[in-house]
Design a protein around this ligand. Sequence first.
Ligand SMILES: [Zn+2]
Length: 159
Amino acid sequence: MRAQVIDRSGDQQFMRLALALAAEGAAMGEVPVGAVLVQHGQVIGQGFNRPISDSDPSAHAEMVAIRAAARAASNYRLPGSTLYVTLEPCSMCAGLIVHSRIARVVYGALEPKAGVVQSQGQFFTQGFLNHRVLYEGGVLAQECGQILSEFFMARRARG
Ligand SMILES: [Zn+2]
C-alpha cells in the first residue's frame, strides 16, 4: 500500500479561521459553526452555519463553504482539497463531502447527537461509497466546543 503523506502544517491556522467564521454566525444569532475549504494551500471557500438567516435548512457551514468553493473553482468536484469545520459533520454534510470529492476533512468538536464521522456510526468508512475521504477530529476541539457552549448558555440566559 502506498503511504499517504498528509500535510498537517496549516491545520490549526485554518481551524482558527473557521472559528472566526463561527463567531460571525453567533453574532447573527446562528448556532456558531464555521467551515473553510482549502485547495493547494489556498482558501477557496468559507462560510458559517446560517439556516435561520437564509431560511434554508441546508445552509450548514460545510454546505455554504463547499458551494462557494465550487463556484470559485468553476468545478463541481474539489479533488485534493481539505475541509476544516469546527464541528463534526452531520449526515447531510458528510454526503455532500463525498459528492464533492473532498480529500480530507478536519473537524474540531464532537457532535454526539448528529455527528456521523465518529459519534453516530462512521459514515466515511462505508463500503458503498465510491470515494474515500480521510478524516481527523479534535483539532482545536476545546475552542470549537467552547464557542458553542457559550452560545447556548447565553441563549438560555436570555430565556
Ligand atoms: Zn451539516
